[in-house]
Design a protein around this ligand. Sequence first.
Ligand code: E4P
Length: 221
Amino acid sequence: MYKKVRSMEIFLDTAEIESIEKYSYFIDGVTTNPSLMALNKEKEPYKVIRRICEIVQGPVSAEVLSDQHDEMLNEGLALSKIGSNVCVKLPCTLDGLKVCKELSNQGIATNVTLCFSAAQALMAAQCGATYVSPFIGRLEDIGQDGIVLIEEIADIFAMQKIETKILAASIRNINHFTQALQVGADAVTLPTKVLEQCFVHPLTTSGLIKFKEDWRNRAKN
Ligand code: E4P
């Protein structure tokens, strides 16, 4: 049987159930964060994560709310019990990385978030992170080049044979999406708006109108 060989992963960056349901056939997983969770009408985050895990089979990144080691560890363990596809999202801080190491040692998938430098990405890899999430858009907000950072991390990871996957985050437009993959990201997480822009091109729209028109007028030729 034909087996599709593919390494790229496309995640949806949202906690909105309607969008996740709508695109579930298309996405490989979901990433959430406390800001995205706050937009959901359901105020119990564990219920939201449980529902997302029912909809998608791939990784669902669920972020801890605390920034203190012991609480983060407890939260991470609790989140990991919601579903076998939960990926515990931890901040790229000393405490967050320590928890990352502890969860990784237990075979729990992790996503180290708020990464803004290659050094931070290397620390995440050193702690066994499954994914590390460099934030492209937020770097650009302060005048730095997020795509260059992805490229830098990809080069070092390839050179050092590091298995942690680079998950390009804070994607604000289609160029971020394509360029991140072009320079070596393993995965991207797209806000719903950017995912929807990827399906659309004005020449596709006008081309379709022309095809229909030509077919309608065939008898006259
Ligand atoms: C990543 O996992 C984050 O949820 C997200 O990409 C942050 O994006 P923003 O900078 O647009 O908030």
